[in-house]
Design a protein around this ligand. Structure first.
Ligand code: FMN
Length: 192
């Protein structure tokens, strides 16, 4: 395929889709939640997960104060909550009250877990670094919350039961098709 060439990163949207998550935390005396599309698994042992948070976010002040955060994985049917928490400032409003977001108790950290998430990681802040114009916050996953109905007995996301909310930039959300799953054994393909 002949590809167009652009200087730099262009609109920095060529890597999408990415899961539209909501990071929750408790700091500065209140619970808060913000949409986060820049995030990644980093290490299995210890289990580390990174989220990239701009220093302009109230959430970052809270995470650095509490040394903890949670990553909530949302289904497409609740993508409005992603847009809502991404379009409002926790310094100005109580997003839980304003958007009627139901909370569940976390087990090991002080941060709310979203009832509407189909899975969530409780993370203790393991490290953080300023990288460019964002803070890369690395969390050690200490507890996982998950809806048993949303996963198969092999812990694979069951796409017949849940549609993950994926973000493709420009305020657009999509999901996956259960019929698009291709099971490809790496050993079989790697040894062809
Ligand atoms: C889909 C979506 C993804 C976002 N991803 C990020 C992100 O990865 N990092 C970030 O710093 N801001 C991101 N934002 C912006 C924040 O969610 C937004 O600025 C929010 O209002 C911050 O809330 P706070 O002021 O309560 O911390 C995203 C917004 C949306 C709508």
């Amino acid at each position: 395929m002949a590809k167009a060439i652009r200087d730099g990163a262009g609109k920095f949207s060529y890597h999408y889709p990415f899961h539209a998550t909501i990071v929750t935390c408790h700091g500065k005396g209140k619970d808060n939640a913000m949409a986060v599309a820049w995030h990644a698994p980093i290490s299995l042992n210890p289990p580390l997960y990174g989220v990239s948070i701009s220093p302009r976010r109230f959430t970052l002040e809270q995470i650095l104060e509490a040394n903890a955060f949670a990553v909530n994985f949302m289904p497409l049917k609740y993508a409005e909550l992603v847009a809502a928490t991404g379009g409002s400032k926790g310094s100005d409003v109580d997003k839980f009250e304003k958007f009627n977001m139901e909370k569940e108790e976390s087990v090991k950290i002080n941060a709310p877990i979203l009832k509407k998430a189909y899975a969530a990681y409780e993370c203790e802040l393991y490290d953080h670094a300023t990288l460019g114009d964002h803070e890369w916050c690395v969390g050690k996953i200490v507890t996982v919350h998950y809806d048993k109905m949303a996963f198969t007995d092999k812990d694979l996301l069951d796409l017949t039961k849940v549609d993950p909310a994926l973000y493709i930039s420009g305020e657009n959300y999509v999901t996956t098709l259960a019929s698009s799953v291709r099971h490809l054994e790496r050993n079989e393909y790697g040894n062809k």
